[in-house]
Design a protein. Structure first.
Length: 60
């Protein structure tokens, strides 16, 4: 005689697996490494400094 199957456990395991699969897809689609984010932040700061250095004061 086989052991009875807990359908609630099966349903929850399936939901977890589906959620994990979707998370993996989103990580591939939208994910960026910390190094990429830091490089982006540094580039933005560099551009801001560049433009701030070229601002002109106009007293008119």
């Amino acid at each position: 005689m086989e052991k009875p199957v807990n359908l609630n456990r099966y349903r929850k395991d399936k939901a977890r697996a589906d959620k994990k699969a979707r998370a993996d897809q989103n990580a591939v689609k939208f994910g960026r490494t910390k190094a990429q984010k830091d490089a982006d932040t540094a580039e933005t700061a560099r551009i801001k400094r560049l433009f701030d250095g070229h601002k002109q004061d106009r007293d008119t």
